[in-house]
Design a protein around this ligand. Structure first.
Ligand code: SF4
Length: 199
């Protein structure tokens, strides 16, 4: 485990979060499957979950709702109304905070006042020293790469190099959350997976 990961796990735990580190995606999946049991689970847009390849296992176990694996009107609401929710973060601050930037606000809603149990699954590449550097990462690394992946007509999507603070109609950065302490009535689990996952 990298030193910054160790610091992050310790600081999340000090604040009352459940924070775990796993040596592999398979080990992390075993933990998550056990914790979810047979509950319905919603999955937020997440390259991390895509790269980890968890969807099939989540679906074999019970109902798994993911708008990256099927489309119908209201699927985002169904994801958010599921008792369990899995997503990643755009950045993690090692002092124990989760940073996300959304276009629709669905991930932010589900990990604040939607699901009952939320799993924030992160590679060590997402961990920054503090909140300002985590915000910088979310804005200048994660968001441009997501814009590029989504083929948005935004200045950042061309080179995915930095945020240009655009005023584009296709801007994906519309709401930012910083979760600094556990939220009452939401069991939030911070799951670190060794290595680099997603962006
Ligand atoms: S504000 Fe605009 S330029 Fe900046 S990351 Fe978001 S979409 Fe890209």
């Amino acid at each position: 485990m990298q030193e910054l990961t160790k610091t992050a796990v310790e600081n999340f735990r000090k604040k009352g979060f459940v924070a775990e580190f796993f040596e592999s995606g398979e080990d992390a999946l075993k933990y998550v499957l056990k914790e979810i049991g047979s509950s319905d689970v919603g999955i937020g847009g997440s390259m991390t979950i895509q790269e980890l390849g968890w969807f099939d296992a989540l679906q074999r176990r019970g109902k798994a709702i993911w708008h990256w694996q099927g489309k119908y009107d209201g699927i985002l609401s169904d994801e958010n109304n599921a008792p369990c929710y899995i997503t990643s973060a755009n950045a993690i601050s090692s002092d124990g905070a989760v940073v996300n930037i959304d276009a629709n606000g669905n991930r932010i809603a589900a990990t604040a006042f939607g699901s009952k149990k939320a799993f924030i699954v992160c590679g060590e590449n997402k961990i920054e020293k503090d909140i300002p550097s985590a915000l910088f990462r979310a804005k200048n690394i994660a968001a441009p790469q997501n814009s590029k992946r989504l083929n948005r007509k935004t200045p950042c999507a061309i080179k995915a190099d930095k945020c240009y603070n655009c005023n584009s109609p296709e801007r994906i950065c519309r709401i930012t959350s910083i979760t600094t302490f556990p939220i009452p009535n939401l069991d939030m689990r911070i799951i670190f997976v060794k290595g680099s996952w997603g962006y």
